[in-house]
Design a binder for this molecule. Structure first.
Ligand SMILES: [Zn+2]
Length: 264
């Protein structure tokens, strides 16, 4: 069902967009359809956002025909890239745009989560702002639900607004099968085998909260999305009475090396 043929406009050779998409550093972008770019409705408001708007649009749609010096040409080129990015943010939340980005996601073209416990889960590009010029693109992992910086500096300088704050969440709603099973696995800091006190207390508190939430979901018969946990953990876990919502450092059974004690 998600098999859109991305080559439908193959009879048309899009020089500028072809060049843009295949340029090094532009691997996160998908190709915007000709029909989308030429429909003025989709570009509403962008004329005030982009310098030399009409020339930039002409360049992107390969009808640019202006005799100008190199400096001007460079300015227009810059505007064209900005325009493409802004339209891209709108395009990738359309059915067709989502489908193209989903294909890229499946091939892990946006990279894989660097977190060891996420098992190389593919990432999705996203912006923290929809306004351009505020922050650069980040990568979202649906497994740990956290954000990462792109590995390459070529990608790290891309404006986050070219992807927007909603795209990654919309994609996961449109393709629910892409939502991964959540994992409860995480790293426990230890000193010579003893769990580091503050971290362990915080983890226990967080795990408590999560258990409560899962209980509530179970009672309400709501699918939590967490993987089924095998009872693999050791004696530290089960013999203690977890005392609710504090993590004030009164739990016993944890190492308290003097160097870790924060409060005197
Ligand atoms: Zn992750």
């Amino acid at each position: 069902m998600d098999d859109f043929n991305s080559e439908t406009d193959s009879s048309y050779t899009s020089y500028w967009r072809d060049w843009f998409i295949s340029s090094r550093g532009n691997e996160y972008f998908c190709e915007i359809d000709e029909d989308y770019l030429t429909d003025r409705f989709n570009l509403t408001g962008l004329n005030t956002e982009v310098q030399y708007y009409q020339y930039a649009l002409d360049l992107v749609t390969d009808v640019f025909d202006l005799d100008c010096d190199d400096e001007m040409r460079e300015q227009i080129e810059k505007s064209a890239r900005h325009l493409y990015g802004l339209v891209h943010a709108r395009y990738i939340v359309t059915t067709r745009g989502l489908s193209k980005m989903f294909e890229k996601f499946k091939k892990a073209e946006f990279g894989k989560c660097p977190r060891y416990h996420c098992d190389q889960h593919p990432l999705l590009p996203m912006g923290q702002h929809d306004v351009p010029g505020v922050s650069s693109v980040k990568l979202f992992c649906a497994k740990c639900e956290d954000l990462y910086n792109p590995k390459s500096s070529r990608h790290a300088s891309i404006d986050g607004a070219y992807f927007g704050t909603s795209f990654h969440n919309i994609l996961l709603q449109v393709y629910p099968n892409a939502v991964p099973v959540k994992t409860t696995r995480r790293y426990e800091p230890k000193v010579f085998g003893f769990r580091v006190h503050a971290a362990a207390a915080l983890m226990r508190w967080q795990e408590d909260r999560r258990e409560e939430m899962l209980d509530r979901l179970r009672r309400a018969r709501v699918e939590s999305g967490f993987e089924e946990e095998e009872e693999e953990d050791d004696e530290l876990e089960d013999d203690e009475d977890m005392d609710g919502d504090d993590f004030d450092g009164e739990h016993d059974g944890y190492a308290q090396p003097t160097t870790v004690q924060a409060h005197q």
